[in-house]
Design a protein around this ligand. Sequence first.
Ligand SMILES: Nc1ncnc2c1ncn2[C@@H]1O[C@H](COP(=O)(O)OP(=O)(O)OP(=O)(O)O)[C@@H](O)[C@H]1O
Ligand SMILES: [Mg+2]
Length: 265
Amino acid sequence: MNATDLAVELRSVRRTYRRGPEPVVGLDEVSVGFPFGTFTAVMGPSGSGKSTLLRSAAGLEAIDAGEVRVDGTVLGGLRDKALTVLRRERIGFVFQSFNLLPALTAAQNVALPARLAGRRTAPSEVTAALSAVGLADRAGHRPGELSGGQQQRVAIARALLTRPAVLLADEPTGALDSRSGREVLALLRDAADDPGRAVVMVTHDPVAASYADRVLFLRDGRLAGTLERPTAEQVAARMTALEAAGAAGADEADEADEAAGAVAC
Ligand SMILES: Nc1ncnc2c1ncn2[C@@H]1O[C@H](COP(=O)(O)OP(=O)(O)OP(=O)(O)O)[C@@H](O)[C@H]1O
Ligand SMILES: [Mg+2]
């Protein structure tokens, strides 16, 4: 695949945390590309590096080695200010806990990042962003007056306002009931169908992962396989194999991978 087709690319990225007595591996030589117009789910046991991968893609991690490119720009080559601008303009982030400001209305929350960036946002832009997530009639409501699913939809509208090249979502449905979760997943699916964007979502839920074009599996900070056009059943089976492999130890892990038909990446 041509590098210009990639919204985000990680090349041999390593991230080690050195605060405690023993270094902890967050990511270990991870290389992966996220093409424009695609939706990728990232799965793996707790502590396997999923959030570290997402934060690295957003330029929020000080990586030890390797390279991260967003829309062709190498993040490591940027000064702080340029990185901040690129993050604001080209990268959207959605969290499990919504992260809306409680004192601001839905419309003010959506407009806030652009305002902080010193950019004036036309009210019609904000209205369009809220309409796109089905919340035009809730523009004046504060987060406390919205359901969890509605708050997450406001967070998605906020993340998409600048039309970013990549939307990164860390367990965006983790705090939602299944119906609200499905609404959020449908929005992420739509966002990924834009040829100018890639969506990358961390999830623990095989059904959520089945909305993606591809699932990437991590174990111990390393890529441990991919599934294209996944079904929830295939994803669940692969996760069971990964977790069993983790429990059985590293050597047997490779055999379990083979048994599960894992594709090396
Ligand atoms: N700030 C940090 N300081 C020290 N170690 C960290 C830090 N952040 C993550 N780690 C470690 O890096 C490894 C990967 O963590 P990460 O948060 O990426 O896992 P995860 O796959 O997102 O897990 P979960 O499913 O529980 O959210 C873990 O061993 C974790 O303890
Ligand atoms: Mg995590």
